[in-house]
Design a protein around this ligand. Structure first.
Ligand code: ZN
Length: 283
């Protein structure tokens, strides 16, 4: 599978190099009108290259920004880190969370979140350990433990970058929001499987959103936008239906996908037409 993906990537790179060379030669030799006056027309291939280049630039920028936020978060957490309160350590041990997967920071707001792209860990505030009763604390830790088990921080980062990379598919932004909501609801169900509903409900009322320095990379316990869906799930015991994509966004994404596929097919024809030139360039 990896070899197949590698071969496909190599073919796409070689094809893109071929297209860039052909377009550059035609435009420098015959002017910009060569894009639509030659046969096969180079216009769809030029548009595809431009959109792909813009997507790569946006995706790279989004990834750099997300990694910058993650670095700032780690710096903030390090600066505020304190020894894990004994009560929190005992609750974590009962929840089956190894000590190396738990850290505490001093903060007046009760919050817990999961962070760490490759070694996910739970970060809890000292206020969380002080303000929640034993059952609520256990439910919060079970929720965060599920984020750790599913490696949600890394998946969340990838899910946030994809809409920027494929900016011409507005449906992806909706999918990302649905994914984030589904992840929180799944962590709640994992907590509910082991703890009473009242404990999780009590925790939902008491925990607050993380402070600004901790907000960016977190799979946080409390986010206002998701609260309704989480409370509905608590009341009904089943996952509530999540909002559907706006028809306009779905239609625009379908049209963009069809156009991209058509432009890719046409580009393959262009590459086949100019194969001798491309082969000479690559050898
Ligand atoms: Zn969560």
């Amino acid at each position: 599978m990896t070899a197949l993906a590698g071969a496909a990537r190599a073919l796409i790179i070689a094809g893109s190099c071929c297209l860039v060379t052909v377009i550059a030669r035609q435009v420098t030799g015959h002017g910009i009108s060569a894009l639509w006056e030659t046969y096969p027309s180079l216009l769809p291939a030029a548009a595809l290259l431009a959109v792909t280049g813009a997507g790569l630039a946006r995706g790279t920028w989004s990834a750099a920004r997300a990694l910058g936020q993650t670095t700032a978060f780690h710096r903030g957490a390090r600066a505020r880190r304190v020894p894990v309160p004994a009560r929190l350590a005992r609750a974590a041990a009962r929840a089956g969370i190894p000590a190396r997967r738990l850290a505490a920071v001093t903060a007046s707001a009760p919050f817990a979140l999961t962070y760490g792209l490759f070694r996910p860990r739970i970060l809890a505030s000292t206020a969380l350990a002080a303000d929640l009763d034993g059952a609520e604390l256990a439910a919060v830790l079970a929720h965060e433990r599920e984020h750790v088990r599913r490696r949600d921080p890394l998946k969340d980062l990838i899910a946030r970058i994809l809409p920027a990379r494929f900016f011409y598919l507005p449906w992806l932004a909706h999918l990302q929001a649905r994914y984030a909501a589904g992840r929180e609801l799944a962590a709640d169900r994992a907590a509910l499987a082991r703890h009473p509903r009242a404990a999780l409900a009590g925790a939902l009322l008491k925990v607050s959103a993380p402070p600004g320095w901790a907000a960016a990379p977190a799979a946080a316990m409390s986010t206002a936008a998701l609260l309704d869906a989480r409370i509905t799930q608590l009341e009904t015991g089943t996952e509530p239906p999540l909002p559907r994509a706006r028809p306009a966004a779905a239609a625009a994404s379908a049209a963009a996908t069809a156009l991209t596929a058509a432009a890719a097919g046409w580009s393959a024809l262009v590459i086949a037409h100019y194969m001798p030139l491309c082969a000479a360039m690559l050898t």
